[in-house]
Structures are given as C-alpha cells and as structure tokens.
Design a protein around this ligand. Structure first.
Ligand SMILES: [Zn+2]
Length: 88
C-alpha cells in the first residue's frame, strides 16, 4: 500500500501511465472519488486518469512531505535511515 503511494507520487509528474505509457489526463476529485480508498480520499486532492487503460493516479505531495520530515527526524535522533514505516 505505502509502496503504491510512493510510486504514484513519483509517476504523476511524468504524465505517463506506468502500465501502458498512455497520456494521463487531470481529473477532478469528484470524478474518481468512488474508486479511491479512504486514506487516499482524505490526503490527496490532485488526480489524473489514464484514458487508455483507465488507471487512476494521484499526486503524493502530502505523503512525500511527511517522508521528508521523517527523514530529518531520524537523522536528528540518529536512527537508521530505513526505520519502521509509519502509516498515515
Ligand atoms: Zn494506462
């Protein structure tokens, strides 16, 4: 699950579908709301859809933000870089 968030966050700026390489088209949240998991609905606000294979992508800004803060915190505390994953 977390891996998927990370992956999608990295993919969306490229505007290409990971699965079929089709062009992604930005859509409103309302258009894809029924297909999202609760956490995705809560934390993500920008979405795109592949018009070729109908896969939904979202921008992972919130998650990436959190990851960066955790990285900094780990460094300050002297924890290993790959500590336990904290879910949202
Ligand atoms: Zn596609």
């Amino acid at each position: 699950m977390l891996q998927r968030f990370k992956l999608f966050g990295a993919i969306v700026p490229s505007r290409r579908c990971l699965r079929c390489n089709g062009l992604l088209e930005p859509v409103s949240k309302g258009e894809v709301l029924h297909r999202l998991e609760p956490k995705t609905r809560q934390y993500y606000h920008e979405f795109a859809i592949c018009r070729t294979c109908d896969r939904v992508y979202w921008k992972g800004s919130h998650y990436q933000h959190l990851q960066r803060r955790l990285e900094g915190l780990r460094r300050r505390l002297g924890l290993p870089r790959h500590g336990p994953v904290i879910t949202l």
